[in-house]
Design a protein around this ligand. Structure first.
Ligand code: FE2
Length: 277
């Protein structure tokens, strides 16, 4: 399915609450799609830069072929073969990362994130990623799609903390901004999300496909078809995974930015790197 257009502008400030359209299931879950959030020239430049980085990795022999789970790169950056993911700083300078964020936050993407987190934002640069999901016939060794998870579980020690249930603060307050650099969701892998607001972390056992299906139902799932430069936003509680089918024949590269409240960086992420925007 194609995700509905973003909610921006759908309810003017002069409308009485009784006149405003009811929020959609996606909006209630905090999921928004903003079309062409990154302009075509910037997307083209990002495709070239990220493509060159993956070409270099493959030319040097994909690290996954050697059983490596994480490759340390200069400047504290890294490559994770199981997810074919590079930290954003491995390709973009700090100034380029800031410019990318500034461009996004200056428009409707920024309005949506500010509604969720407030006006003072921080980007976690050590958890900002360039991700490539290959078409199934092209999987490098060790590569796998992402299973169901909540980004708000970042850094949470499921085994070391008593629970479930876990206290509300176990769920990190954050918004993920996911930007594909080419068309995806139909012929190239995209994302599948459950349009349901979760205010708490789900136990790992509930992330199995059968449990997700029984708990939320098939109708709650959305698989947005996106163009390069579109931005998909969702909060930390939303369940999501890679959407990939055996019929897909194109690879997809995307950029994933994780935004937090600048004045409320979670204690368990204090070893990560942040920049205030
Ligand atoms: Fe995620």
């Amino acid at each position: 399915m194609r995700a509905p257009p973003p909610a921006r502008g759908s309810a003017g400030p002069l409308l009485e609450s009784s006149q405003r359209p009811a929020p959609t299931a996606l909006e209630l879950a905090g999921i928004f799609v903003h079309r062409a959030a990154v302009d075509a020239a910037a997307v083209s430049a990002l495709r070239a830069r990220t493509g060159a980085a993956y070409d270099a990795l493959e030319a040097s022999g994909h690290p996954g072929l050697r059983g490596v789970t994480r490759v340390a790169l200069p400047g504290g950056e890294s490559f994770v073969p199981t997810a074919s993911s590079l930290t954003l700083g491995a390709v973009l300078t700090a100034a380029e990362q800031r410019a990318l964020c500034s461009g996004l936050l200056a428009g409707p993407v920024g309005e949506s994130i500010a509604r969720a987190l407030g006006p003072s934002l921080a980007l976690c640069t050590s958890q900002a990623w360039i991700r490539r999901q290959y078409a199934p016939p092209s999987y490098p060794r060790a590569h796998a799609p992402h299973g169901w998870h909540q980004d708000g579980a970042l850094g949470f020690d499921f085994l070391g903390d008593s629970g479930p249930p876990w206290p509300p603060h176990a769920m990190i307050e954050m918004v993920t901004c996911w930007v594909p650099l080419g068309r995806c969701g139909a012929h190239a892998p995209g994302l599948e999300l459950v349009a349901h607001h979760n205010s708490a972390l789900l136990p790992p056992a509930d992330l199995a496909e059968a449990r997700v299906l029984s708990q939320f139902g098939a109708d709650a799932r959305v698989r947005p078809e996106l163009e390069g430069g579109d931005a998909l936003l969702f909060p930390g509680g939303v369940l999501h995974r890679t959407h990939v089918t055996p019929q897909m024949r194109r690879d997809r590269t995307s950029i994933e930015l994780r935004f937090f409240r600048a004045d409320r960086v979670p204690a368990r992420l204090l070893n990560e790197r942040f920049v205030t925007l």
